[in-house]
Design a protein around this ligand. Structure first.
Ligand SMILES: NC(=O)c1ccc[n+]([C@@H]2O[C@H](COP(=O)([O-])OP(=O)(O)OC[C@H]3O[C@@H](n4cnc5c(N)ncnc54)[C@H](O)[C@@H]3O)[C@@H](O)[C@H]2O)c1
Length: 219
């Protein structure tokens, strides 16, 4: 499929949710669905669904609705999850260990190949089946294992330094958990995950639940 126009980040943010719902439909044996039914399940308007999916050529047919498996596969292609991505975690602390121990990423094709730390006391220790490696092994490991994504679960100052270092080693995708903006070159994509910011949005919604202000939803 050729992409002729830039797809808005709001649409891209909604796609994983479509993907999850379609996956559930497949699991329950549903083969096709109208945008009306999908909208009722997902609690977004049918016109929003049509508009979103029209960005990619629609996939729907008048009077038929959407072929669930086809749509699921097409969204996987758009999200680039129709193939595997090799990933490493830098920072073998609480958060790093939680990521390594979560099986969910592998199910989606994100393969955690290694975990790194600069604390020599952790050398030789394991998280799950992975040996914790030291930072002097990082550069070679990235090259040899075709690493595409680096997750940073280290403090903010360290994250800024390590991000620069891995970008110089050719990494183009950083999953940043440190509470800082990384200011990377344009060809490096950064996805920030900040749980406390999510909590602040929740707090905003608690504060405004009876007021006139509309809820903020991530779509
Ligand atoms: N984004 C979020 O939602 C979120 C949630 C919790 C924690 N955090 C942040 O993530 C970071 C990790 O949290 P945690 O609870 O796992 O902390 P932690 O202290 O348990 O683990 C941090 C690990 O990073 C290692 N480290 C420090 N500097 C390093 C460097 N330069 N190179 C390699 N490894 C280095 C430490 O040795 C340690 O093992 C913290 O900075 C924390 O503020 C973010």
């Amino acid at each position: 499929m050729e992409e002729t126009k830039k797809i808005s980040s709001a649409v891209i943010r909604r796609l994983p949710r479509y993907y999850r719902y379609l996956g559930e439909l497949i699991e329950s044996g549903v083969q096709r669905i109208s945008s009306k039914e999908l909208s009722a399940r997902m609690k977004v308007t049918a016109s929003q669904i049509r508009q979103d999916l029209n960005n990619f050529g629609g996939f729907g047919q008048q009077g038929y609705g959407y072929n669930v498996k086809y749509l699921y596969d097409e969204i996987a292609k758009i999200l680039g999850i129709d193939r595997t991505h090799n990933m490493i975690i830098i920072g073998a602390g609480n958060l790093g260990a939680a990521l390594v121990n979560s099986g969910d990423f592998a199910k989606r094709g994100f393969i955690i190949k290694g975990v790194f730390d600069n604390n020599h006391e952790l050398k030789g220790k394991k998280i799950g089946s992975l040996d914790i490696m030291m930072m002097d092994e990082l550069k070679g490991f990235i090259k040899e294992n075709n690493i595409e994504i680096v997750a940073l679960t280290i403090p903010r100052q360290a994250a800024r330094e390590v991000a620069k270092e891995v970008a110089e080693d050719g990494i183009k995708a950083i999953w940043n958990f440190a509470h800082t903006d990384l200011n990377m070159p344009e060809d490096v994509v950064v996805e920030n995950v900040h749980l406390s910011e999510s909590l602040m949005r929740l707090s905003y919604n608690i504060a405004n639940k009876n007021g006139k202000t509309r809820n903020i939803q991530e779509g």
